[in-house]
Design a binder for this molecule. Structure first.
Ligand SMILES: [Zn+2]
Length: 220
């Protein structure tokens, strides 16, 4: 099922569904759900049938409204002391609309791993491997997350639909991410797995173990 959402989460516009999945779930792909309740009931049937990939996580492709701003910066002294300071004056926020793939993980997947650290580590590794799967430059895609939802979006205003390829090949992205994280010999995460070298300030509070557990659940 394909959902088009606003990143603010204030509403959803559902404009289509995956005919193969609904057929496998025993539904008629020619019959559209008329009400929101019918749509949710159909989605539940698809998940319960086991036809949907990712075992209860919801994958989709959506239009996103992105706001980029710089809330703080880090001051580093040669002695090694670091200070994080709020930006009193900064560039004005940059707003743009684009397209993105999203992956929403079920709440009950976080009973044994820390949510924010695990989702952040998972976002990093998905954003690292997605350009290799869809054959684009790493700077063509950006990542973001909100709660248990990860977004991988085109980093251009208007979008160039690269993230649509990410959505369509998300199973390959997840499998490659799993292979890398599960075989990386580091203990707590390194630039070869869940650290993002392009975000030198953003590689704290990562749970490599949590990302591995979530990847196992996505691949199960
Ligand atoms: Zn590593």
């Amino acid at each position: 099922m394909t959902m088009y959402v606003k990143a603010s989460g204030s509403y959803l516009i559902v404009n289509g569904w995956n005919a193969d999945l609904v057929t496998k779930a025993g539904l008629d792909p020619e019959v559209a759900p008329v009400t929101w309740d019918e749509l949710l009931a159909n989605a539940k049937k698809v998940i319960d049938s086991g036809a949907a990939p990712f075992h209860g996580a919801l994958a989709g492709y959506s239009e996103l409204s992105i706001t980029r701003f710089v809330p703080s910066y880090r001051q580093q002294h040669h002695s090694g002391v670091e200070l994080t300071l709020d930006c009193e004056r900064s560039w004005p926020p940059l707003d743009f609309d684009t397209d993105g793939a999203f992956l929403r993980l079920p709440v009950d997947w976080f009973h044994d791993v820390p949510r924010d650290e695990s989702v952040k580590a998972l976002e990093h590794i998905l954003l690292s491997v997605a350009p290799a799967v869809v054959a684009c430059d790493p700077s063509d895609l950006e990542g973001s997350r909100s709660g248990a939802t990860i977004y991988i979006y085109d980093s251009f205003g208007g979008g160039v639909r690269l993230s649509e390829s990410v959505y369509l090949r998300l199973d390959e992205v997840v499998q490659l991410a799993y292979r890398i994280v599960s075989t990386c010999p580091c203990e707590h995460g390194c630039p070869s797995c869940v650290m993002l070298p392009r975000r030198p300030d953003g590689n704290r509070d990562l749970s490599k173990r949590g990302a591995l557990v979530l990847l196992e659940r996505l691949n199960a």
